[in-house]
Design a protein. Structure first.
Lengths: 206, 365
């Protein structure tokens, strides 16, 4: 009884905080503050998963979204100068498009919530090890298993990692177009003025 | 394998007790929660003071100095004096700083550390909550902790702070991978994510040697990666005094600085605690094969003392690191992670999988 009451109170508290933080994400003029608010929203989402006793999902949510994505966003924002991104007067076309898109999304989501009879599962607070069940299901080759999607996603992630390496790799020196420089530092972009160059035998060329 | 007189360890956490009383006498549950919060707060203060004193004394003796000697016998009250001084200091916020984020940075860093303190198993009867996620929880929080340093560095509006914060972010994101790979090895051997479950899986021997070299290697990897994650000296480039004045905490003073400082020192305890829990048997007493008398003697020492003793040794090792290895350069740091530790970590994980499949580890239960 008390447990149910606590869960209800927690849910409404979290929901209110999530809505407020989500509003702050969109209205904040400072990108890094928006990122911090986004972190709050994602953390509260993890709390919702916990209330639904999806522990593993909550952990992964914090690990991937908060520890990964928000950190990368913050990292990138600190690298750019646009942390005080101010677009004071967007064009009317842009504004109307934005309003249309958000209104459309609101209508669609409200309508879908309205027509669908939400199946409310009983608060099953069983101490089932959901982590083990997820692991078993992911590697199950049977009819109810998910091994094929799991492997496909793995290959996709591998491709993404390789793509990242290729993009980050230093471009080969222009004189040898078809060889890659590998990890070796590329040739210096700046050529020193003649007066500062040092000839190969170590003596000053002057 | 289990000896006759060996009691089976039953873990009862504070959260379990609170849950037990919740339906009948809810105020007992509330009392347990308040007790837990007070205990953690007391622990933060005690750990902070004790570790700072220990660090200063050990550092001094490594350098043939005496360290603090004036306040109390051999300076044992020095930390208290310093704490009072720090609390009374003026809290200076730079005028062009982002006021809100400047506060959020140190706060977030300390909160993450405290959240980890709440799940460490100190003894079978002394653990605040045994979260079912365990290792995943630790990994997720360590990713979160870097955000505090990054925000603190950026919001100070100072180039040194910014550089320090970005170095911290790059470093923690990189070394997190190796730390996770090392933790995965133990998770695979123990077959569970919960921390108390991992401790209990080491009843017949600690994973550091029971896992046939793989455990030892992953403990080494974890120690290196964790030292980098908590920005301690060979890897303290985010606050390298010689290059960045103070790194991310250049513009911090007073209590906000104390938060960063406290988090840094308690993180040392946290890393030692995680290492002990995962690799050195946590609160499990030392047991050797079937030496019954020896095992029974070791079992007489209470588990909490085992945990404390092991943690003290590991904290000493971390301080020892600091006075043994010189600070690395940024490029050396990245090279070490991406070219050495990461491949070793993957090979180690693969080898662990093979060992588990073939059941090659010692004392199978």
């Amino acid at each position: 009884m008390i447990e149910r009451a606590m869960i209800t109170i927690l849910f409404y508290g979290f929901a209110a905080a999530a809505i407020l933080l989500a509003l702050a994400v969109t209205t904040s003029r400072n990108l890094l503050r928006a990122a911090v608010c986004l972190m709050g929203v994602l953390l509260i989402q993890a709390a919702f998963y916990l209330l639904l006793s999806a522990d593993f999902l909550a952990g992964v949510q914090v690990l991937v979204y908060v520890g990964g994505i928000v950190v990368v966003i913050a990292f990138v924002v600190t690298l750019t100068r646009s942390s005080q991104l101010l677009m004071d007067h967007p064009s009317p076309l842009r504004m109307s498009l934005a309003f249309a898109a958000s209104a459309g999304f609101a209508v669609v989501s409200i309508a879908s919530l309205w027509v669908s009879a939400l199946h409310q599962p009983g608060m099953s607070h069983s101490k089932v090890d959901s982590t083990k069940a997820i692991g078993m299901a992911l590697l199950d080759t049977g009819k109810t298993g998910y091994v094929l999607p799991f492997e496909v996603v793995s290959v996709l992630l591998l491709a993404a990692v390789i793509g990242g390496i290729v993009i980050a790799r230093k471009t080969p020196p222009p004189s040898q177009p078809f060889t890659t420089g590998g990890d070796k530092p590329g040739e210096a972009d700046v050529t020193l003025p003649k007066s500062q160059r040092i000839s190969k035998d170590g003596r000053d060329s002057r | 394998m289990m000896s006759v007189g060996q009691p089976a360890w039953e873990v009862v956490t504070v959260a379990d007790r609170a849950e037990y009383w919740l339906e009948s006498h809810w105020y007992f549950a509330v009392a347990y929660m308040i007790l837990a919060v007070l205990a953690v707060a007391a622990m933060v203060v005690a750990l902070g003071m004790g570790l700072i004193y220990g660090e200063r004394k050990i550092a001094a003796h490594f350098q043939c100095r005496m360290g603090p000697m004036r306040v109390g016998y051999h300076g044992i009250l020095q930390s208290i004096a310093d704490t009072i001084k720090l609390l009374l200091k003026e809290d200076i916020v730079p005028e062009r700083a982002d006021k809100v984020l400047h506060l959020v940075g140190p706060f977030l860093t300390l909160v993450v550390t405290i959240l980890i303190l709440g799940v460490l198993p100190y003894s079978p009867l002394l653990q605040l909550a045994d979260v079912s996620l365990g290792v995943l929880y630790l990994t997720a929080l360590s990713g979160l902790s870097v955000l505090g340093l990054l925000l603190g560095g950026w919001s100070s509006n100072n180039k040194w702070s910014l550089l320090g914060g970005m170095r911290a972010a790059a470093q923690v994101i990189s070394y997190e991978i190796t730390a996770t790979l090392a933790l995965l090895v133990v998770t695979m051997f123990a077959g569970t994510l919960t921390l108390s479950g991992i401790v209990q899986s080491q009843a017949q021997g600690w994973w550091v040697w029971r896992a046939h070299g793989v455990g030892l290697l992953s403990m080494g990897l974890f120690m290196i990666a964790a030292t980098a994650e908590i920005n301690r000296t060979p890897f303290d480039i985010p606050e390298g005094e010689s290059e960045l004045t103070g790194g991310f905490h250049t513009e911090y003073s007073g209590l906000r600085f104390a938060f960063f400082f406290l988090a840094e020192f308690i993180n040392m305890f946290v890393v030692a605690g995680i290492t002990v829990t995962l690799f050195l048997g946590g609160w499990m007493p030392l047991r050797i094969g079937n030496w019954e008398t020896f095992n029974n003697l070791m079992g007489l020492i209470p588990p909490s003392l085992w945990f404390l003793g092991k943690v003290v040794v590991m904290v000493f090792v971390l301080m020892w690191f600091r006075w043994t290895f010189p600070r690395m350069r940024v490029d050396q740091l990245m090279r070490l992670e991406w070219k050495f530790l990461l491949p070793i970590g993957f090979i180690n994980l693969f080898a662990a999988a093979v060992i588990i499949l073939c059941k090659w580890y010692f004392f199978p239960v």
